[in-house]
Design a binder for this molecule. Structure first.
Ligand code: SF4
Length: 279
């Protein structure tokens, strides 16, 4: 594991400047646990974002809207900032997290490609667990399976895996740097097998090829719940809006409100049917 310490003998070796398609920079953060805003208030007590920015570069990502710097907003997906003092800051916080739920993360994906090398999330999790927190993870990355052992240390832990379509062709258009659909379904199944509670988020729902088969693939993972979220056809800042690039792809693919509604109804129908059959 690489240690994120200013005492590293040769920080440039230990702090890669580029991973995947993103440049990586390193900076201390003023806060590591923050109170949620907007729709998260009420269900979540704290959010924890170990990174800023995101290498996954989903074309529809609304998190870009929350970046103050216009240049960084424009280059969303091309940069990641590592919060170098995250572990230190969390350790120093005297906050009691019993009966508190921490969401990791709200404005990035905690399982960035750089996380594989830095293992910062892996260092943060035991601290949260020792403080008695409940944990909600949100990710698109199969790397999350690495930490199944640590999720068991929490009073309650659930993992939300986003699987937005059943078509890798569609995925490559909207989220080309994310893992394949098969890898994400396999990650969900692996976590369930490890005894972790998993929610699959078909959100935002992108064009589906075969809703009935997709429902069966989702059900085969054993995930405890499925959430279907709509693809917002707006890019109003500070809402769960959609960026222009994704809106253009959706238009090109004819992903209209009507098609969405019908695909969502079909997927829901098959999921419910499979659930009844299993019962
Ligand atoms: S993984 Fe999440 S935070 Fe990262 S670009 Fe995609 S939607 Fe945005």
């Amino acid at each position: 594991m690489l240690q994120l310490s200013l005492l590293d003998p040769n920080p440039s070796d230990r702090r890669p400047a580029r991973v995947g398609g993103a440049t990586i920079d390193y900076a201390d953060a003023s806060a590591i646990l923050t109170r949620p805003t907007g729709r998260l208030r009420g269900s979540i007590d704290f959010t924890l974002n170990p990174y800023q920015g995101c290498s996954f570069a989903c074309s529809y990502c609304y998190a870009a809207f929350f970046v103050a710097d216009e240049g960084q907003r424009e280059r969303w997906g091309e940069w990641v900032r590592v919060k170098t003092n995250a572990v230190e800051r969390l350790r120093a916080m005297r906050v009691d997290l019993r009966r508190r739920t921490v969401l990791m993360s709200s404005a990035t994906d905690p399982y960035q490609p750089i996380e594989r090398r830095l293992e910062m999330v892996r260092a943060l999790l035991p601290i949260l667990a020792r403080r008695g927190a409940s944990l909600a993870v949100q990710t698109r990355s199969p790397l999350v399976t690495r930490d199944a052992d640590l999720f068991h240390e929490f009073r309650r832990a659930r993992v939300g895996l986003s699987i937005t379509t059943d078509s890798d062709e569609v995925r490559k258009r909207f989220e080309p740097r994310c893992a394949s659909i098969e890898q994400r379904l396999a990650a969900a199944a692996e976590l369930v097998d490890a005894g972790i509670r998993v929610n699959i988020g078909v959100s935002p729902m992108l064009p589906l090829e075969h809703p009935a088969e997709f429902a069966a693939r989702i059900q085969a993972t054993g995930a405890q719940s499925v959430r279907i979220g709509r693809f917002h056809e707006s890019n109003v800042p500070f809402a769960a809006g959609t960026r222009d690039g994704a809106l253009a792809i959706a238009r090109e693919l004819g992903w209209t409100k009507e098609r969405q509604a019908s695909a969502a109804a079909e997927l829901r129908h098959h999921l419910q049917r499979l659930e009844r059959e299993a019962a």
